[in-house]
Design a protein around this ligand. Structure first.
Ligand code: HEC
Ligand code: HEC
Ligand code: HEC
Length: 242
């Protein structure tokens, strides 16, 4: 008779002992200990998770992020603006709800592999991959209807009358036209990939003439800068230095 896989009897005894019902401790006290330990582990896990969402972590843990996207982002309105509300990396890139957040974090472990194999190790390598990386983000944001943008922005909360006519018109018809923030606002936090072709997105914009009401609406306070004729909402330069 072959006895393959039979553990040594000492281990077997320990195993049985572990699963034998306790005679000493009441079910209630065992449950209590289990609950307390569970809460501590749960809290620790979530604290560690939050730690990986901070700007310091995302900007400084690896040079791939620091030297490229972080430096660029510091020049944009999401880093510095009149009201001092800052959007950090995780605000745009990590879902708020727990399930999607954990899924995103598990995916991020793949990025560790990328780091150690040096896929983005140099500026040249980063630029070579930027289009692919950006397209991933665009695809995800389109699929979630720009969910992370909407944690802060909403069409409802916008004071349309204070927006530029072109913005008013585009925002008014966006839902009906099935367009979402990222369809029209690429490159708001980082430089656009060299291969990105603006004309490919032209159809996303509402190019009908500005409604007369919007075009003539008096702006409260200083008049907003006139929008240049080109589709400059796409240009990161547009959002910087404001
Ligand atoms: C953490 C909150 C937050 C998130 C998330 C966020 N934003 Fe913003 N956004 C802001 C703030 C704050 C401003 C600056 C408002 C101001 O001072 O005028 C801003 C400004 C903007 C502007 C105006 C740029 C300009 O030059 O006037 C655009 C466009 C914009 N955001 C698009 C987006 C898009 C697209 C996303 C998702 C990819 C996004 N935002 C995610 C908070 C956020
Ligand atoms: C169909 C295209 C389109 C969609 C979809 C869209 N926008 Fe815009 N948005 C524009 C245009 C065009 C402008 C004006 C840009 C300019 O004049 O340079 C604008 C301007 C803005 C501004 C600045 C307003 C101002 O007048 O200063 C903010 C903030 C903004 N968009 C946020 C968002 C957010 C957040 C979403 C998603 C909830 C969104 N937009 C969806 C086209 C769009
Ligand atoms: C306001 C929203 C916003 C913030 C804040 C933001 N990103 Fe992004 N990020 C985007 C969007 C949108 C894209 C898709 C490409 C694009 O449109 O520029 C992107 C793309 C990227 C990419 C792919 C490469 C590329 O350039 O397209 C990386 C990597 C990245 N972000 C990392 C970061 C890191 C790290 C931070 C913080 C230092 C950060 N992002 C902050 C919105 C944001």
């Amino acid at each position: 008779m072959p006895t393959t896989g039979t553990p040594p009897s000492r281990i077997r005894r320990l195993w049985r002992a572990l699963w034998r019902p306790s005679v000493r401790w009441s079910v209630a006290s065992l449950l209590l200990v289990g609950i307390v330990v569970g809460i501590i582990l749960w809290g620790g896990f979530n604290t560690a998770l939050e730690q990986t969402n901070t700007l310091a972590f995302c900007a400084n843990t690896c040079h791939e992020m620091h030297d490229n996207v972080y430096v660029e982002y510091q020049e944009t309105i999401h880093y510095h603006n009149r009201t001092g509300v800052r959007a950090i990396c995780s605000d745009c890139h990590v879902p708020h709800d727990w399930t999607h957040k954990v899924i995103r974090k598990v995916k991020a472990t793949g990025e560790l592999y990328g780091h150690f194999t040096g896929v983005l190790a140099t500026k040249e390598k980063f630029e070579k991959n930027r289009m692919r990386l950006a397209q991933n983000e665009w695809r995800q944001m389109k699929a979630t209807n720009s969910r992370e943008c909407r944690n802060c922005h909403s069409f409802d909360a916008m004071e349309r009358a204070k927006q530029r006519p072109r913005a008013q018109k585009n925002h008014a018809s966006a839902d009906a036209r099935g367009k979402t923030c990222i369809d029209c606002h690429k490159g708001i936090a980082h430089l656009l990939p060299a291969e990105y072709d603006e004309t490919a997105d032209e159809a996303n914009f509402d190019n009908s003439p500005n409604p007369p009401a919007a075009a003539t609406a008096p702006a409260a306070g200083p008049a907003p800068a006139p929008a240049p004729a080109t589709t400059s909402a796409l240009s990161p330069a547009k959002t910087s230095g404001k």
